[in-house]
Write a protein that binds this ligand. Structure first.
Ligand code: TRP
Length: 322
């Protein structure tokens, strides 16, 4: 992959990171945007999370994708005469799209959008060595923002796996779906993985693994602030705290201060009481009915729904009919 082939649309600048951190830590409930988890180190931790026995979403979805890909092959057989173009949002390590590329056969072009440049380029290089005929377009972009990509006559299939949609609140999720529709165009498709509602212990354990990898992933955002914004967090003075908020239908991740302390970031002071937390992420869980309505309100109609036999995870094929 040539460096020049990488579209770098709006890589978050240090000043945006700093502004977001200063703003978030000045709120009554301190908070940080989850997108800052994913520097090179955070992306590596995330890959480790996906291997954990407690973290059912990754392996469940990956297993489902084989069946999904076969069904999609049939679905698109007569529908995409020019071949397909896949656009993956938040592409990460690209370990899921392979199932589609292999089974769909007629995918001509693949655009991988991710915020973490180094990780994205390495992943695209690997994919390139496996699918030599495919034209691959890495695109460094914050997919929480609208995006314009090059157009072709091909049928477009967006791909948004991993229940990343759950990391938005429902309003933001709807906005994302609208933007994705505008990006991909009328009649395009979106294949999206969404975590389902299920008994609380299964949910809680998925975000509280025994090896403490999720805790390291969560705390990495503090170390990133230290590295990039001249902060002085000591991660051992914060504890990972993740729980299911039933009324909101979401897992919440926090970092809880273990003592009273003052943190300095780029010359600004932030006071923490003992027990006070920074809210670092939400992961919303949707029943099929809830998600189908959310998609519908955002211009997408449900074409198909796949659930695994334990109903741990859902994959939807949507079409933009706006
Ligand atoms: N979107 C997935 C989820 O919410 C993956 C994810 C994002 C995640 N941040 C995480 C998983 C933190 C574990 C911990 O499950």
């Amino acid at each position: 992959m040539h460096k020049a082939a990488v579209q770098n649309l709006d890589r978050p600048q240090d000043d945006e990171f700093l502004a977001d951190v200063l703003y978030g830590l000045s709120q009554t409930q301190k908070q940080l945007p989850p997108k800052y988890f994913y520097d090179q180190k955070g992306s590596e931790y995330f890959d480790e999370i996906c291997e954990l026995s407690e973290y059912y979403p990754y392996r469940t979805e990956l297993t489902m994708l084989r069946d999904v890909a076969r069904d999609l092959g049939n679905h698109f057989a007569g529908l995409a005469p020019q071949g397909l173009e896949i656009v993956e949002f938040g592409a990460g390590s690209l370990r899921k799209v392979g199932a589609l590329l292999t089974s769909l056969g007629n995918v001509r072009s693949f655009t991988a959008i991710d915020i973490s440049e180094e990780h994205l380029i390495n992943s695209c290089r690997l994919l390139e060595s496996q699918y030599r005929e495919l034209s691959i377009h890495p695109c460094v972009h914050d997919f929480t923002k609208p995006l314009t990509i090059h157009t072709s006559d091909r049928t477009r299939l967006g791909f948004f796996p991993g229940s990343t949609i759950g990391n938005f609140n429902p309003g933001e999720a709807s906005e994302f779906l609208h933007n994705a529709g505008a990006t991909l165009g009328t009649n395009s498709y979106l294949l999206i993985g969404v975590d389902t509602k299920k008994p609380e212990p299964i949910l809680r354990q998925a975000y509280n693994d025994n090896k403490g990898i999720t805790a390291k992933f969560n705390k990495n955002v503090l170390e990133r602030i230290n590295r990039e914004l001249d902060g002085n967090f000591n991660p051992i003075h914060f504890a990972h705290h993740a729980f299911y908020n039933e009324p909101e239908g979401r897992i919440e991740m926090h970092l809880r201060s273990l003592k009273e302390q003052t943190i300095k970031i780029a010359g600004h002071n932030f006071e923490f009481h003992r027990g006070e937390s920074i809210h670092t992420e939400n992961s919303y869980k949707y029943s099929p009915d809830e998600f189908t309505s959310l998609a519908q309100e955002s211009g997408w109609s449900k074409q198909h729904l796949w659930l695994d036999s334990d109903e741990l995870f859902a994959v939807y094929l949507l079409q933009y009919v706006h």
